[in-house]
Design a protein around this ligand. Sequence first.
Ligand code: SER
Length: 394
Amino acid sequence: MTTTPTTDEILGTFTDFFRERGHEPVSGGTLLPPPSDPVLFTTSGMHRLTPYLEGRPHPQGRRLVDVQRCLRTTDLDEVGDRTHLTVFEMLGSWSLGDYGHTQSLRWGYELLHDGFGIPRERMHVSVFGGDDEVGPDHESLRQWQELGLPVELTRDDNWWSHGPVGLCGPDSEIFVWTGNPGTPPQGTPTTDPRWVEVWNHVSMRYRRLEDGGLQPLEQPCVDTGMGLERLVTVLQGHDSVYDTDLFEPWTRLLPPLWNLGETPRRLVCDHLRSGIVVIGDGVRPSPTGRGYVLRRLIRRALTTLWRDDPSRTLSDLPEELLGHTLDHFRQPRGSSEVRQVLVEEERRFGRLLERGRRVLDGPRFDGPLSDEDYRYLHDTHGLPRDLVVTLRIP
Ligand code: SER
């Protein structure tokens, strides 16, 4: 690729590459996992494929490719930095008991290097270096050495698991150097944050049992996942995901509307965009579960907006931002329905804050608050601790 590729072109190159190598596209699902799945949201592309990775034949064959929207709340505190997003898309490829993981690494290199034009000098990889249970991943190490890439060996960072029990295995991650073009790469992925992880290739070959034991899978699989937004950032030569074409309407329309510093603007942008997608998948704010995640996203965005100016309102959110987001994620819900949910939650939160301020104005809460005060405020007035803390910031 010689000119700067758009997100759509990048998506096309990725899927074409795997289709040409016999992978069938499976259409990406919503953020909501199937009812039998205990997690709140889909957190990676392999999620919906779990039964097939565990051995059930997939109706579309043994080689699959897809683009899956995901939501991760584990990264919530990192939102606002250059690379973390709450809702993101994962490009995935799978071998369900077909080719092995070194083939996957070779294709990974070929696509990044030949397909997307990333020079070898800007790549670093990491490989599982072994622990008390499983030996080092020599095959991957040898494969990367043959391809001429620098390798870092780690333990925990290169072991992928879905949870305390279930599918797991060693993985190999590909990093791209994002320092200034004039600065030659330095350090390794664990020592220099300018190495940004773009692609994870998991050699899914074990199942963690309830008793802690590790059982080899009868049919080892390969599961790869690459964050679309990070890849786009790297390929478009930007410093942060927010500078890519994916966020173009947001970076054009938010600053004239709300004058915020960089980190708060990124947070508001991430949380509102994520909130729109979650609502687009049918979730509504509520005190528990998925609805609570949505509630937190909207309220964190509002808390940030109201810190400088309490008159700011989500009713002003430009129509283009709602439409662009719902279109991009191919969601059928209309933007007026989504806006209504946002604005209703804003009203509810506004009323709660008003009540909270009245309660906290009382003499009992003049000094530092005890745990008992927080409990009382929560149980009697419905004011969660983080909200009380925010309200007391002068
Ligand atoms: N399951 C791996 C991940 O989430 C690769 O898709 O990173």
